[in-house]
Structure formats: structure tokens, C-alpha cells
Design a protein around this ligand. Sequence first.
Ligand code: MIG
Length: 812
Amino acid sequence: MGEAPFAPVPALRAWRSRPPDGVALELGAVHGELRIARDGCVRLRVASGALPPDRAAALGREPWSAARVEPFERDEGGVALAFEGPQGAVCVEVAPQPFGVRVLDRAGVVLAELTDFALASDGRARVALRAGARDRFFGFGEKSGPLDQRGRRLRMRNQDPDVRLDRDPLYLSIPFFLRLASTRAGRRADGVLLDVPAPSRFDVAASHPERVGMETDAGGLELLVFPGPSPADVLRRYSAWTGRAPRPPRWALGHHQSRWSYASEQEVRRLAAEIRRRRLPTDAIHLDIDHMDGFRVFTWHPKRFPDPKGLVRDLATAGFRLVCFVDPGVKADPQWSVFRDGVEGGHFCRTRDDRVFTLKVWPGDAALPDFARSETRRWWADQHRPLFEVGVAGILNDMNEPAGWRRELRIGRRVVPLRGQDLSGVEQADPADPTRRLPHEHLRNAYGHLECRATREAFERFAPERRPFVITRSGFAGIQRWAAVWTGDNLSTWSHLRLSVRMLLNLSLSGVPLCGADIGGFALPCSSELYARWIQIGALYPFARTHSMWGKRQEPWRFGRRVEAIARAALELRMRLLPYLYGLCCEAEASGAPPWRPLFWHFPDDEPAADVDDQVLIGPSLLAAPVLTRGVRERQVYLPPGTWFGFDDDSRWVGPRRITVHAPLERLPLFVRGGSVLPTQSPVLHEGARPEEPLVLQVFPGADFQGTHEEDDGESLAYRAGRVARTALRLFDRAGGRLRLEIGTREGTHAIPPRLLRIVVHGCPPPLRVTCDATLLSPGADAPGWRWGEGRLEVRLPDAGTPRCLEVEPAP
Ligand code: MIG
């Protein structure tokens, strides 16, 4: 079938103020609309004929907080809008001929210049963003390839591919990028979102070094520009529109052990017992598709899982939660109530000639719920009852691109699918107007996204007092509101380990704070060395799950004693850092800043930092430099400006500088930024276990620090009503090694029983005096009291939530 040709958008003929925040544009048969939000974001919609119905609410966009603007005619023709408020300032200029849009900051610096608008009569649309020859481009959701995607041609269409290093597209599409531009005043970041759920393409300065081309397959253009100047500013604004990830239940931050599949209650119990016997910190076990009865979603296999409730109960006693896989394909079995019900309720996607569409997937022929309909989402949420009745704690949404296959091969008892299916005749409801139907393809990238919205509803229905935990393979811009993301079927190879770091960084920059790759790799055999290196960095992924394909075993003890000990140490480190990691999730919820950050996030003006794609900042304080190469026992590390400490030995450097560090198999090179107060705890085997020391503040001097430590019950939604315990932390690093740590009054209504607080000051010379609230503390005494040895000062204090001021004066 031929595609309609593109025609340039005609000249601006007229404009009309559209109070309070924008202007309507008339360009011959093309219509446009420009709006400004109070935080300085700009939203532009352009389409042939009338603008399509606004799908923002259906996609879960946050309410638009409209600015107040008065459009005015420009001397040179066209129209301009300007806004300045406490949360942002921006000016937009529309040139009439050729039609173009410029977004400028308050100083008149151009943030984004959009040109070459073109539309086709079938709804396809094109636009170009002018770029500097040295601009760098990050984000784009789940992408293979380099960290900086300059020079790539990217496709956004969710699918179930063979994951390869250069494979594009993958399962999840986020048509958003963060651009880092070099200006005379230094680096600045801004962001652009092509908020269209139809597939799209990006030419990332590939055809022309000073231009990013964007093209949608349907629905015209909807673009948002998010001003910076810092990456954090961009993500704050991006997430104010697309939504923020609510803080997860704390257990979800523990290690998850998964496999395709732990296929019987007996096997799961044996696994749980083994994990505990070996003292490997783990919080969750996943049940892949084989827990189902004939792959009927929401069922339990009667023989292999006769008593799932009993299983959940026993797992809970041992400190494990159960996460269940859910596939969207509903077996087309007229004997089965879920299918029958779905047909009766009109819940499935239909063909053009109005039959229930089915595709081939695990259960055989299966129907696909039309998640674009709100009634279908409600219905789907209801179907989760059998999982929640049993006490399942988390849901994993797989195959939701949606995936299916052309044909299947049988090898013995195994079914090997040949991927790819034809969905060209499939239709769905228009999410903004369910009386209208659209080709599935026009909503393709929102399929899994809207499924996850339904899964969240299931939690609201069946476990309203608990925080939901949903993890998904597919998604769209804004998926973070509803689900964490894992990156699908990677391979157990060194290059995939390396890729996971870049991929998770770009996903993080695309607004998805909670993300992870299958630790150890999904397919192909994993060597012991690879597993060791993978769990070292994997234990620091925002979401840490070991998962693998059938036919292989990837529990931490499958690689010999030495590697088991390495895995244990890595998972213990995660548990020690849990208060810090949890705090980062609270930060993501509040501001959209992801836990995983590329170096340039905190060092935008440092030239070399922007090139580093194999190191990760975990929050503001930790810098991980994982070993990602076989046989390697030392690596180069780039330390950005500032003081840096080796996490495990307190060695100290001053950056910017490249160092070579020793990295035997047991060691993940990990650094802490001088001027940090890291909240940690003593390690536990699972989140629900009580740590011997619930709060250990690790102080790394070298600069001042200011932060907040946040605690709550970790599981309920009471935090939204102020049931938190928030403590301000301030470090003053004074000349001559003098130090002052202020611990603020604990705020909020979450009660914490009196406890002992330990403070460890790293890189500390022998002290002359240590005082707390101006009272001298005694060396050797327990609490309050202090000890010093090997460059570390340890102070113990009773902690009842009252403010504290600790001062350390070094011996001359
Ligand atoms: O067609 O449920 O990415 O994690 O183990 C494969 C079986 C379906 C793909 C997922 C993978 C999972 C597997 N699934």
C-alpha cells in the first residue's frame, strides 16, 4: 500500500489567543496549538484538518498547569508568547513563512528551534530540531548502542525482538531525548518529547550533523519541549508532565530471584530454603508462565501449584514475596470464563470486520484485551483476584508489546516460536473517545503502557493499603507512573553486560528510575566469571533481579564457592545501602531524578565526564566503575572534579583525574564523593528482617553536604498522609580536618523506636575532641562515645529523633 506524500506545512495564516496559556494556529488546512505551562514547558500540536482529540489524560499525563500568557503579533509577522514565573520562564516565537517555532529562555538563548514541518494526509508528520554540531543526545528510552545516540537512526515501535547489541527497536519506546548542548556560558540540557503513541522515527543528527529529524506514523505531531538548564531540571519538568514513579515498597528494592520457570511449589520451596541456608540476601521469587494452567493467565496449575496460598504463607515466614508473571494474551477457550467474559464485555481488540482478533502465543490462539478502553482496564484489574487472594505481592507484565508469533516449531516437548505477527487489520478504541476505533498500529506503543495502568488498578482494588509493585517489559513515555521496567531477553555475554550499563543509564534519563537488566543474562550459558562481574554491578541496578531462560540454572551458587561468596558480598552491599537506595527512590518520586545517573548529570561542565559510558553515579554520592571485560583485573576510572574515596578502603583522590585501580574478581571498584553522608544499615537477609544497626551514617569529608534522610513503614501508603520520618543532614567540612555534622529534628509522624545511631567518619585523623551538642564524648565509651582506628572515627549515639550536632576536632 502506498503512503500519502508529505507536504510542507503551509504558512501561518491566522492565530487566535487561546486563554489562558496559548494560541491556536491556522495554517491553511493544517491546525496547530501552542501552550505554555507554569514551569516553562511548551506543548505544540500540529495536524491536518482538525486536531485529534487530546489523548493526554488517557495516556496518564499529569494535569497541565497552565501559564497565563498574552500572545502578541511579532513585527516580522507571526506570533510570540512569553511567560515568566517562579517555576520557569520561556518565550516562544512562531515564524509564519516558512512555518517554524523557536523556544527561548529568559536571556534570549534559543533552547529549541523546530523547522521543516511536513504532514501527510494519512496523519504521518515530520519535523526537525536544529542542533549544534557538538550537541549530545541521550535518553530515547530502551536503546542498544552507545550512551550518546548521536549519529543513529532510531525507530520507536514496541516489539519482541532477538536482543542484539545493535538491535532497534526493542520492547519499549520512549520518544524523548535529553540534549546536552555546549554554549558559551557552559553546558546546558533541554528535553524534547514526541508524545505520540504511534510508531515514530528519530534521525539523531545522522543525515545532517546539525539536525534531529522526527517522524510519526500517525496522529500528526505532538511535541513537548522541557527547558533545563541542568539535566535534573529537564527530568523534573519531563516527569511533571509524564508522571513520577511512586516510591516502591521497600522489599522490591531487595534482590529478586527468577527463572523460566520455578515450575512447582516444591521447587519454589526448595529454592527458598536453599537461598536462606546459604545466607544470600533475597526478597522476592518470581513465577514465570509455568505456574499457570495451560498458560491461562490468572490461573494456577492444579498439580504443580495445588496450594498457592500455603506457598505464599510459608515464603512470607522465610521473608520472601512472590511475584507472578502475567501475559496479556487470553487463551481463546470458550470453556473458560475469563475468555467468555471478555468476549461478552467487548473487551478484546477486534479485526476490521469486527471479529475478536486472536494471535498465536503461549496458550495457543489468544485474544488481546483492548487496554485503551477504561472499562477493559477495570475488567482486567478484576481478573487479578485469584492472584491477590493468594497473596501475590508483585505482578510482572511480559509479552505486552504485544508479542506473538507467526509460527511455532516443536523441539521435543519444547515450543520454539518464530517471532513476528501481522496486526495490520487489528483495531482498538480511541482512548480519548471510545466510541471511535483506531488501527492498533496508531496506538501500538501505548499497549503495554495501558496494560500497566490496569495492573495498578488491580492493586488499588485488591490491596488498597499496599504500595503496588508492577514490572513491565513494554511501555511508553510515562511508564514510570505505573511500573518498573526490565530490559527483556539479553544474552549472557560480556558485551551485553556492558550494554546493560548504557541502556539503564539512558532509560533512567528517559524518566524511568526503577529499571534493571536480567542479572547474569537471560539466554546462552553464563560463565562463572561473567556471573561474578554481573552480580557485582547488578546488585547496584535500581531494580536487581537474576533471571534466566529455561535450560539453564542461574542461582548464585551455581558457579562454585568463590563466586557464591562474591554474590553474597554484592547482595549484602545492596542491603547495607538500602536506606540510601530507598532515599533515591523517594527523590525520584519527588523530583523525577533517577537513582542511576551518567557522570554528566552532576558534572555537566566537565568535558571528559560526558564521554564516560561505563561508570555510573548512583545518586549524588556513589560512583561505580564495574569491570565489564573478561579476564580483566584492573581498570581505568575517571574521577570527576572533587574529592573521592575508595568505598572499601578509604583511599583518597582528588579529581579530575584518571586512575587505574586493582580489581580482583572479588572487587567492584566503588567510590564515594567527598562531602557525602550516606545512610546505611547493617546487612540483612531480606528487607523485613530487623538490622542489628538500623542506621549507620557514613560520613565522607572533603566538602559540605546537605541532604535529607527519609524513612517510613516501607509498605503502606500512609507516607502520603505524612507518616514519614524525615531527618535533615548537614555536613560542614572546615579547614584543618575539623568537622561538624548536624542531624536535624526528625519530622513527620512515622514513629521510630529509640535506637542506636552509629556515625562513621572516613579518612579521619586521630581526634583531639569529639563533642555532641557541645558535651564532650568519651573515647572508648559505648553510647554516647567514640573510638578511632585506621583512619576511621566511629561515634555511637542514642537516637530518639532529637536534633544533634556532632563536632570533631583533630589532634594538632
Ligand atoms: O516468549 O515467559 O522476556 O523473561 O522468561 C518468551 C517466558 C516469553 C519472555 C521474557 C522472559 C520470560 C519468557 N518470556
